[in-house]
Design a binder for this molecule. Sequence first.
Ligand code: ADP
Ligand code: ZN
Ligand code: ZN
Length: 744
Amino acid sequence: MPARYADVIVDITHADVDRVFTYGIPAGMDIVPGTRVSIPFGRQTTEGFVIGVKDAPGIDPDKIKDINAPLEEYPAILPQLIDLAQDMSAQTHCPLAATLRLMVPAQMRGGRIKVKTEKAAQLLVAGDALEDARKAQSRAPKRRLLLDLLSDGEVYPVSELAVLVRQPLEGLRALEQQGFVRVIDQEVLRSPYPDDAVTEPDPVLTAQQQEVLGELLPAVRSGTGQFLLYGVTGSGKTEVYIRAVHACLEAGKGAIVLIPEIVLTPQMVTWFRARFGDVAAVLHSRLSAGERFDEWRRIRRGKARVVIGARSAVFAPVDKLGILIVDEEHEGSYLSEHAPSYDAREVALSRAMREDATLLLASATPSVLSFARASRGDMMLLEMPRRVNDRPLPQVTLVDMREELRLGNKGIFSQELVQALTRCLDSGQQAMLFLNRRGYAPSVVCRKCGHVMGCPDCDVSLTYHAQDRSLHCHYCGLRLPMPGQCPECQSRYIRSIGIGTQKVEEEVAKLFPGVPLVRMDNDTTQGKDGHRTLLNRFRSGEARVMIGTQMIAKGLDFPQVTLVGVVLADLSVNLPDYRSAERTFQLLTQVAGRAGRADLPGEVVIQTYKPEHYAIAAAAQQDYRSFYHTEFARRRRDLYPPFTMMVRLLCQAKDEAAARSVSKRLLAHINELFVQYPQLRRRMLFIREDDAPIKRLMGRARAQVLMKLLVHRDSDRIIEHLTDLSRRDWPCDVTLEINPASMA
Ligand code: ADP
Ligand code: ZN
Ligand code: ZN
């Protein structure tokens, strides 16, 4: 008879096994909630998560099997994170196993990653016994040297001893046999940090920072409060984070700082490591599996108390959490697309409430949703409207590219931008040029018949890449050689149209021969250190112009940059998404914020064909409030979130007919539902069945039922019905998306 029983969630994410199974805990086995265990399941052995422990089985004890063994000697999941996983499972209608998985490093499951060890040695004798031991080695000077090296009784890695003694293990083994030394396998932690640690003194806070911290710190100490910090670019938000984290550590609590993209981590990590040393850990997807696992364990053991990381770091096992900070909270990368889909900001809020921690969202361009919350008083608004040391915000010039064309300039740079670049480079400063599109040209067409080269697996045009003279699909990664003639009409008159970052690079090289450039986009920053190398080339001053996509828009702080050029501001305005204006404003304001961050004043040139668009005009004025009010009014008038929810059922199948037949059936079911529950119908403002905007992706046809729901109690009931509907046995993939990050 087992002594106790465990409630176990089997680590298989299938709706059929999405329930609690009872297992026996054999006497003498140490199992607490949060422990991962090996269990017999059916005829196989599998892994499971213990979420509860009890004295009575609650069911026929003869039907209960025993746990084989715990997988780690410690509970991998903190109790508060089990609760969080349970809530998320209930809210997202995902199996509990799927949300529990978020709480542990992926490679830990299935034993795919091991603790790394190295041989180490320690002396077992001291004093007279040590003298005797030395004497016993009279004819083995190497062993005597080893005894001397170990004489302080510390544990020494064999690799360290090897610097002074050749092949120390032999000698150590002999000493071990004589009983003088112990050789052990010692755990080593893989470290993701390069040896570029810097230490800097704490700066004197600005008046603004002091004011904000005056509100924030008392809340941090008492473990309360939800704040939105609206601080313009260069207002010194990072220093606010650092001081708040300090206050946490002083109060014996830990902190999590979420940052949107990995390009920011070198800088943010450097700053945090300089101030917090080894107490800071970093979690992001570019770490090797081993590094990630070891960082995670440093956090789990409480050795690291400050975690800096991307979206999923919101689940970091920080016990006694004091503050959760979300930097650049407006960023789309806080939404996780694949199931279990979640919004890291919402998870942060729920964690903060549950664990009595402070929540701090921060941005120079807060999301419309967060600013609306703060305006309603659901969060406290903190403001830093001025830059550090009252440095002016950069001077922005809007250039109407239609006018340039009329003046006969067919190039991609306006007169203003060329002049500004010349001035900037002549005076020895640096410039950044932004264009949110990688590659050389976004499409390639036949001038004779108009055929556009498209991806055979996706319903999108192929981008021309100059380096390898080939066509790339930016959705599925396919690469094709640039055709010599049109596949439709065999004409040889094929041209690329439009511009990407490679083209910008080429043009700058033509205009300013010999000026060293760096280009940062997804094509140049592969690999763990890809970003770091390019950033360092620019930071050191070796490169004078940085060209890049949205990757360079955010967070970067280069004091020598005095000019920012936006090559074409309109790209994101034209997207078929209710957030396109918001994204455009954010991107332009953020990128403009890269200029003039130190003592030299900054200048920004924004080129556009739509200077009158309110998002572009407001960005040029760097006027967040004016943008917010226009956008908020538009959302209310046109009934977009936060007033409504955009919901869709996405159907993906091999061929179009299969996908469309399922989406049509889904629509029919929803209409039946409304016949049954007429009051729900009133919450549905819009419903339409159609192909998805991108009809084909990675070889699969996509169809959708798109809906707009009024935010209301009843809409939750509709969502429940839709969830059930999506889970039925359809002949193709059906996923339910609520306010998805991409509507494509
Ligand atoms: P933000 O995130 O608000 O855009 P940062 O945190 O990057 O701004 O700070 C902008 C610059 O100001 C950085 O170079 C930072 O080191 C500097 N800075 C921040 N606070 C202070 C301060 N109190 N005194 C001097 N310099 C500061
Ligand atoms: Zn053709
Ligand atoms: Zn493709």
